[in-house]
Design a protein around this ligand. Structure first.
Ligand code: SF4
Ligand code: SF4
Length: 122
């Protein structure tokens, strides 16, 4: 499947990109937002002194992952919160990064053929 073919990818009952082990770039305010939810966030290195952004590793699943009360699906409970980090708002469902996260977290079906990707056919 080409990277443009994103039709079947949905964030409903996924949260694969919000799990322990992922890395992300956040401002101090965004890092505080994630920590308020209970996320164990470890700074890896500073990236921009002027804007004080840094690369962090999630040492736990994001604390803002919750259950949709209607469906029981795993969702971001802060999806409509304007304080949600920029990296969260701009992570593209169906992108290669998304499908890699889904593959690593065992969220199926993703339509991502890891073997084809490793052969350079994706
Ligand atoms: S991995 Fe992709 S489909 Fe899953 S929550 Fe993240 S953006 Fe949505
Ligand atoms: S705030 Fe929401 S979208 Fe961002 S990492 Fe946490 S659960 Fe995922």
């Amino acid at each position: 499947m080409s990277i443009e073919n994103r039709g079947e990818i949905t964030c409903a009952n996924c949260s694969a990109c919000c799990k322990a082990g992922i890395e992300g770039v956040f401002t101090p305010k965004e890092a505080a937002f994630l920590r308020r939810g209970g996320t164990d966030l470890a700074p890896l290195r500073d990236l921009d002194v002027m804007h004080a952004i840094a690369l962090y590793e999630f040492r736990s699943d994001c604390g803002h992952i919750g259950k949709d009360p209607l469906t029981g699906n795993s969702i971001c409970t802060q999806h409509e919160n304007p304080d949600r980090p920029h990296a969260c708002k701009t992570f593209v469902p169906g992108s290669l990064s998304c499908r890699l996260q889904r593959e690593m977290q065992g969220v199926a079906p993703s339509g991502f053929d890891k073997d084809a990707f490793l052969r350079g056919e994706e």
